[in-house]
Ligand binder design. Structure first.
Ligand code: SAM
Length: 295
């Protein structure tokens, strides 16, 4: 198969390398392989005597990485990062030196019209990381009643106009099936009053975020990971998490503050520099928190 380089540009790459301090012989986990940018940087530094265990729920991401990272000391695993304890048990690796989670979706997923992550895609609004599991977002829109849909959009999208959006989605689906990302984005845009903010950020952003979090159980996965990953770290091992919205960052902040097994190394989250945001605008909402396992 021909090698196709990833579109995704890794976020806060220097910072992740600095915090996880990859060195020959170390065993690290990248719980969100994506385009493989973080995995590659870590694998280059742990060398042949070390290992990067890289997980992703997305079969497309794993297949691309198999080509792009061939020959490197990387073990690809088809699993959610919420299953890390089980994965490490299967690999007979009791504890690791560090774990990175770079949450959300990759630019490669965003660019894949068939999956509906991008607002102007005429593909079905799927939004699942693993298309073999659970239900696509269009089916959620078809199945939920107005209150359930409004609650989901409010809770996972922090969207003030959730009721109106839900009502309009239901009205539209009564006329014709609502299947594509473009249809949903247009219904949302029509439901939300125009503000100065809506010229900067597409008004569909929060609703798409909510549907994506819902179909992938993203907050459930993060909560499980925050509970279980500290137990997978060696003493002194580090957990670095990059989040992209306040629902995630809040969970990470609380866990790092309250978990007696961890000490937070970042008092405030680290954010990309102006230069990084100029190079890679998708980095702009990234927040990195790091904690260390204590005895
Ligand atoms: C932002 S991208 C990661 C990009 C990667 N760090 C890089 O440098 O190319 C997030 C990836 O995590 C995956 N993902 C999301 N939730 C996951 C989960 N619970 N377990 C494993 N992978 C997950 C997505 O499929 C996506 O490929």
């Amino acid at each position: 198969m021909e090698r196709s380089p990833p579109i995704h540009v890794p976020v806060l790459l220097t910072e992740i390398v600095d915090w996880l301090a990859p060195a020959p012989g170390k065993v690290l986990v990248d719980g969100t392989l994506g385009g493989g940018g973080h995995t590659r940087a870590l694998a280059e530094r742990v060398g042949a005597t070390g290992l990067v265990i890289a997980l992703d729920r997305d079969p497309v991401a794993r297949a691309a990485a198999e080509q792009n990272l061939a020959g490197m000391s990387v073990q690809l695993v088809a699993a959610s990062f919420r299953e890390l304890p089980k994965v490490l048990e299967q690999l007979e690796t009791p504890a690791v030196d560090g774990v990175v989670l770079d949450l959300g979706l990759s630019s490669d997923q965003l660019a894949d019209a068939a999956r509906g992550f991008s607002f102007d895609s005429d593909g079905p609004l799927d939004l699942r990381f693993d298309t073999t599991e659970g239900e696509p977002a269009w089916r959620l829109i078809e199945r939920l009643d107005a209150t359930e849909l409004a609650n989901l959009i409010y809770e996972f999208g922090e969207e003030r106009h959730s009721r109106r959006i839900a009502r309009n989605l239901i009205a539209a689906r009564e006329q014709a099936p609502v299947r594509t990302a473009r249809q949903v984005a247009e219904i949302v845009r029509r439901s939300v009053p125009r503000t100065r903010d809506s010229q900067r950020i597409d008004p569909a952003t929060r609703t798409f975020q909510a549907l994506r979090i819902g179909v992938n159980d993203e907050l459930g996965a993060l909560a499980d990971a925050l509970r279980d990953i500290p137990g997978c770290l060696k003493n002194g091992g580090r957990l670095a998490i990059i989040s992209f919205h306040s629902l995630e960052d809040r969970l990470v902040k609380q866990a790092f503050r309250d978990d007696p097994r961890l000490t937070a190394l970042t008092r405030k989250p680290q954010q990309p520099s102006e230069a990084e945001i100029r190079r890679n605008p998708r980095a702009r909402s990234a927040k990195l928190r790091v904690a260390e396992r204590v005895a």
